[in-house]
Design a protein around this ligand. Structure first.
Ligand SMILES: [Zn+2]
Length: 266
């Protein structure tokens, strides 16, 4: 039963009983019952060694009973927790979206990315969606007051938004300029583009969408719509500040991004 072999073979049945262990005891019972140290007159050294072994095994058993937390990682268990591995194990995996990197990218502003992610899933409460549960509501776009409001119109087709979007992006895209939602998704997902150009397109898009959605909500709450000229200047300044920050942080691949932005303003 121990590393030394079977106790009854080593000591004989009488000596095992003398140690306080039943003849037909299990290994666990032998470990737990042999806590009474006895005086041994014969085979003293061996009996004492066996008692020490049993004591050590009893300590191991009591430690095991206290329990050790183990975390599953793939098919193995480890005592270190990994949020990433645990999330991968509990989540339902689906096919990767082609546009995900165009929205969740390095150096992005999280609130802009989140806003755009919701818009991409068409989960913003645009008037076409509100109409589904409130048919009596006026669904006219509050920015142009000239067409029904739905996602693609609000951000890129509306006469107000269109000019903001064109001002920010046309100088960079030239012939590949578009204000069609599916075309814009392709633009931000094209990783063959130069890093600084891709960043400028993605960041300008998210900044514009965030600010346009904020303006739309302001008008909904009876506030005044910001003039297009002011909005364009404000967005341009915000984007320049971001590019300037990336330059000061020496972000790889973004060294000439601010100059690129200035050149494409013509
Ligand atoms: Zn409109």
């Amino acid at each position: 039963m121990s590393e030394r072999g079977v106790l009854s073979d080593l000591l004989g049945e009488r000596s095992v009983i003398d140690m306080g262990i039943r003849k037909d005891a299990t290994v666990e019972e032998a470990i737990l019952c042999s806590h009474r140290r006895r005086r041994h007159c014969t085979c003293t050294v061996l009996l004492k060694d066996i008692e020490v072994d049993l004591s050590r095994m009893r300590d191991c058993l009591s430690q095991a009973e206290e329990g050790i937390s183990l975390w599953r990682k793939d098919s193995r268990f480890k005592n270190q927790f990994s949020a990433q591995k645990t999330w991968q194990l509990i989540r339902e995996t689906k096919a990767k979206c082609s546009w995900s990197r165009g929205i969740w990218f390095s150096q992005a502003t999280p609130k802009f990315s989140f806003m755009m992610w919701l818009a991409t899933l068409d989960r913003r409460s645009t008037m076409d969606r509100i109409l589904c549960w409130n048919p009596s509501i006026d669904a006219t776009c509050v920015l142009c007051k000239n067409a029904p409001e739905f996602r693609d119109h609000l951000f890129f087709e509306c006469s107000y938004s269109f000019q903001v979007w064109e001002h920010l992006i046309k100088g960079m895209l030239r012939n590949s300029y578009t204000n069609i939602w599916s075309g814009i998704m392709l633009l931000i997902s094209d990783r063959k583009k130069e890093k600084k150009k891709l960043f400028c397109i993605r960041y300008a898009l998210q900044s514009a969408m965030y600010v346009l959605w904020r303006e739309r909500n302001k008008v909904k709450h009876r506030e005044k719509l910001m003039p297009k000229v002011v909005l364009k200047k404000m967005l341009d300044k915000d984007i320049r500040n971001k590019l300037s920050l990336l330059r000061s942080k020496r972000v790889k691949g973004m060294e000439g991004a601010l100059q690129f932005w200035f050149v494409t303003r013509a």
